[in-house]
Design a protein around this ligand. Structure first.
Ligand SMILES: C[C@H](NC(=O)[C@@H](N)CCCCN)C(=O)O
Length: 460
């Protein structure tokens, strides 16, 4: 007698894609807010008198609570202990609270003129808001990975993760493209207006997650109904942290992650300046070339995810993506390749690399650790990654000041340094070399342990 496999809600295409759309929408709003201030540096200086260091303090606040107070790691443990519903709701709420604090700080006139611990009060509170928001968005990120695994395991797992990342990149692209126009919409520039739009978006994102919670409850019910013997799943224990950090495969992914992302996100922070100094692009247009990056990844990340689902080759995809990263940064370093068309081509190539690696990396984590450890494993990877995202921009800034100043010039009526970007680009290429090494180590470990990284995700 053939036993009929009982269906759960995840077998309904409509239900699982709706679940993905809701959770991804919340993340898209988070990514929009994460970068809403990035194009406003000039306006912050002009409108509310922030200096470059004020802006630097504010940007670095992203890691304050996550890295130093270990909030990300606590978030991962909470996720594995209490599940996606409470953690996701809490994370989305924290994003809203952080954003509200930041909006209050940026729009308030009462904070101007005073300081706290040597930091302008307005910068201080805006940074506290941003640091709070960052806890929410990072914990929401790991929660959404677990949400996707819950719905898509054995199905279109990498495609779903790719689509989620693509929607998040839409959020980034919207922030880069529309933050300045929003601030200037009435003709009088007001940076707090863009922050307010981000706050409203995040409130809608919170509501979307509340709707998700209802579908998630139904999924759990359907899983319980489909399990006739009602076997209890093993629960996460604190001792599981030891299991994660003694897992070589996990380390290879975490190190690959910090190396790869350190050569992309921090590069983007200097890319506009690189366009001006190396490729001679006008200051006003220089931001346009790097802003092409998220647009390319929007199409390519789900595409490569789909390939991984159907054909496997996850570890190989990560190797190829890292090789491409080296090629891009080495070509950026070649002094005579200084035509802006080459810069566009290289950013497009970087977009391909930045689609290849994430599309394979995040689904691969689910093959290396069991579901009950997934939140903590992801949180620890993000934690390691956040050190790089914080430290590498500082390293590049120091290298530029110490070794790369070539002279001075007047831009927009201001005397500024000119830089030779060869050394920073070689440093980024160096991260790429190490990333390839760790991607290979991961592939070897996969062969030894049989994680199945080279196998398709889709079980027909
Ligand atoms: C999924 C992955 N997310 C991360 O790596 C986050 N820790 C960093 C988010 C940065 C937001 N500006 C990704 O975006 O590829």
């Amino acid at each position: 007698m053939t036993e009929k496999i009982r269906e759960t809600l995840r077998d309904s295409k409509k239900a699982r894609w709706t679940a993905l759309a809701l959770a991804s929408f919340t993340m898209m709003c988070g990514y929009f807010f994460a970068d809403v201030m990035s194009p406003l540096k000039g306006l912050l200086e002009g409108q509310i008198g922030w200096t470059s260091s004020d802006y630097g303090t504010f940007t670095s606040a992203y890691g304050w609570f996550n890295v130093f107070l270990l909030m990300l790691i606590f978030g991962g443990i909470i996720l594995d202990k209490v599940g996606v519903r409470i953690t996701g709701f809490g994370a989305a709420l924290i994003m809203v609270i952080g954003t509200a604090i930041q909006y209050w700080a940026i729009s308030s006139t009462t904070l101007q003129g005073s300081s706290i611990w040597g930091i302008k009060s307005q910068v201080f509170f805006a940074s506290i808001g941003y640091a709070t928001f960052a806890v929410g968005v990072e914990v929401a990120g790991i929660t959404v990975t677990k949400v996707i695994y819950k719905w898509f395991q054995g199905k279109e797992l990498a495609l779903a993760m790719g689509l989620q990342v693509a929607l998040a990149r839409v959020g980034t692209a919207f922030a880069l493209a529309f933050s300045v126009p929003i601030a200037k919409i009435t003709g009088v520039a007001d940076v707090s207006r863009s922050v307010l739009v981000g706050l409203i978006a995040l409130c809608i994102g919170l509501l979307a997650f509340v709707v998700y919670i209802f579908i998630d409850k139904k999924l759990d019910q359907s899983i319980a109904d489909a399990k006739p013997d009602n076997l209890e799943e093993e629960e996460f224990k604190i001792s599981d942290i030891r299991k994660i950090v003694t897992n070589k495969g996990w380390w290879f992914i975490a190190i690959l992650c910090v190396l790869f992302y350190s050569a992309v996100f921090p590069f983007l922070k200097y890319a506009t300046d690189l366009m001006v100094n190396k490729f001679g692009v006008e200051m006003d247009l220089a931001g346009l070339i790097p802003s092409l990056l998220p647009f390319g990844t929007i199409l390519l990340t789900p595409l490569f995810g789909n390939i991984y689902d159907r054909m496997g080759k996850g570890a190989s995809i990560m190797i190829w993506g890292s090789v491409l990263l080296i090629v891009v940064h080495l070509l950026f370093a070649v002094p005579f390749l200084n035509n802006w068309a080459i810069a566009i081509l290289l950013v497009i190539m970087l977009g391909i690399a930045f689609s290849l690696v994430p599309s394979a990396m995040w689904p691969s984590v689910t093959k290396i650790v069991p579901e009950r450890q997934l939140g903590t494993a992801m949180a620890l990877i993000f934690w390691v990654q956040n050190w790089g995202l914080m430290g590498v921009p500082l390293l590049i800034g120091w290298v530029l000041d110490k070794y790369c100043i070539t002279g001075q010039t007047v831009r927009d009526g201001l005397m500024v340094n000119t830089y030779d970007y060869t050394l920073p680009m070689l440093i980024f290429a160096g991260f790429g070399f190490l990333a390839v090494l760790f991607a290979f180590l991961l592939k070897i470990e996969d062969r030894k342990k049989g994680y199945g990284l080279e196998k398709p995700n889709y079980i027909r």
